[in-house]
Ligand binder design. Structure first.
Ligand code: NAP
Ligand code: HSE
Length: 442
């Protein structure tokens, strides 16, 4: 059989990693795909730039549409990132009857419904394994391996950059900005790293995971998002004293006919396996009603792990070239006409426990005022610790762990606490997540 011709858009961290992997493992990949995979053309912004891969075997252009429109190319591999040009590239590729492989979570989370619609009508495949959790095959697991289950929840560390930053702050006490620069140097961060540290990248990934897990349309806007920019070294240290670590989690739960979708930092028990997922590693806990808890672990970013998923998708598309469109695995796991429209709940309805840190003057009655306000909002204190003492006007930190309460009660209590003349700064609030105890280290 003649080789399958692919065109790649983008030759940065993931693009160069993909070219290198296709070259290094060419023989094994051909044995698996049943056909040789040949790169015909690659588009970049700057054709004069030094590349981390051999560029002598294909045509290099600065016009992505030259690649999408090339009649000899069967598959377009979109590795340029971003939303608007990537959307144009994807739609143009489909218009020219090309299958697509992409690592672009922003593209899928925000424009996926429209792109899949066009692809379905044309009988084309859009594969996006590398878009979520880098080298972990979580899309395949949810879409195929767990297809007999009703998925109850998906909870995971899905952004390598934030996990790398939190791990380095925790283990080495390194400052936030220094670790972020290191994550950028290693190729983990997005081209705009605020997408990582503000939680947007994790929300893109949770949008995709929740859609495939629960059979709902992609809806990025329904996700509650917080990043890690307000997490301080001292919160990591205090959490540790209480037996917790701080992780940035994506949480998708289905219960009582509603779906809860949120991305934010959480305190989780230090002996839970997720607490021990460090650096750029990602881990996703999927709970199915038949299988129970399953944990999927691996590198969440970086050239080689991400290329591993991109190449797996290319091979999958090559294999499906001979399958009837109606017999293929659906893009979002459920058949297109069978996506449900379960309501996504608001963050105010979420029930969880909290870590609070208040900077307060060390005066008689301060603790009583705090306890009174929390009590008036039906928030019960689990434990409380004052960090240090002060005889003068220097404030001290007071750390409180609460029992589970409703988020809207907490959102009403915090401004009242902040209005006390003895409270000196914004109250730090981090949610404490209860996760499956069967996935603990002891
Ligand atoms: P990157 O290093 O910034 O590379 C982007 C590439 O796209 C560059 O080669 C750039 O060209 C090219 N490009 C940008 N705009 C273009 C345009 N208009 N026309 C032609 N080429 C264009 O990004 P990356 O880290 O490889 O990420 C690529 C995608 O993979 C993103 O969607 C990202 O979210 C996703 N992803 C990344 C990772 C990771 O670990 N990095 C993991 C999973 C998924 P120049 O080189 O000439 O500037
Ligand atoms: N910037 C992303 C991360 C790349 O750090 O997880 C992988 O999707």
């Amino acid at each position: 059989m003649k080789p399958v011709q692919i065109g790649i858009i983008g030759l940065g961290t993931v693009g160069a990693g993909t070219v290198n992997l296709l070259d290094k493992n060419a023989e094994e990949i051909t044995r698996r795909a049943g056909r040789q995979i040949s790169i015909k053309a690659v588009a970049v912004n700057d054709t004069t730039k030094q590349r981390a891969c051999d560029i002598s075997d294909f045509k290099l252009t600065d016009n992505p549409f030259e690649v999408t429109d090339d009649p000899q190319i069967d598959i377009i591999v979109e590795l340029m990132g971003g939303e608007s040009t990537a959307r144009e590239v994807a739609l143009r590729a489909l218009e020219h009857d090309k299958h697509i492989v992409t690592a672009n979570k922003a593209l899928i989370a925000v424009h996926g419904n429209d792109i899949f619609d066009v692809a379905m009508k044309k009988g084309l495949v859009v594969a996006f394994e590398a878009a979520v959790a880098g080298g972990i095959s979580i899309i395949k697991v949810l879409r195929e391996g767990l297809t007999g289950n009703r998925i109850e929840r998906v909870i995971g560390i899905v952004n390598g950059t934030t996990n790398f930053i939190l791990s380095e702050m925790h283990k080495k006490g390194s400052p936030f900005s220094k670790v972020l620069a290191e994550a950028q140097r290693l190729g983990y961060a997005e081209s705009d790293p605020s997408f990582d540290v503000e939680g947007i990248d994790a929300a893109h990934k949770l949008t995709i995971l929740s859609s495939i897990a629960f059979g709902i349309p992609l809806d990025f806007d329904s996700i509650y998002v917080e990043g890690i920019t307000d997490i301080h070294q001292q919160d990591i240290a205090y959490a540790k004293e209480f037996g917790y670590s701080i992780k940035h989690l994506g949480i998708a739960k289905q219960h009582k006919g509603k779906i809860e979708l949120r991305v934010h930092p959480c305190l989780i028990p230090a002996d839970h396996l997720l607490s021990n997922v460090d650096g750029v590693m990602n881990a996703i806990l999927v709970h199915g009603d038949a299988v129970g808890p399953t944990l999927h672990y691996g590198a969440g970013a970086g050239a080689k792990p991400t290329a591993s998923s991109v190449v797996a998708d290319i091979v999958d598309v090559v294999r499906t070239l001979t399958t009837d469109p109606e017999n293929r695995v659906p893009h979002l796991a459920f058949q297109p006409g069978h996506l449900s429209h379960n309501k996504c709940g608001s963050i105010g309805d979420v029930e969880t426990a909290y870590y609070l840190r208040l900077l307060a003057l060390d005066r008689p009655g301060v603790l009583a005022d705090i306890a009174r306000i929390l009590g008036e909002h039906k928030i019960s204190i689990d434990s409380i610790r004052q960090k240090g003492t002060s005889s003068g006007d220097d404030p001290v930190s007071i750390v409180i762990l609460t029992h589970r309460t409703i988020e809207s009660q907490m959102s009403r209590a915090i401004p009242e606490l902040e209005r006390l003349t003895t409270i000196k700064e914004k109250v730090v609030r981090i949610r404490i997540e209860t996760i499956d105890k069967r996935v603990q280290t002891n």
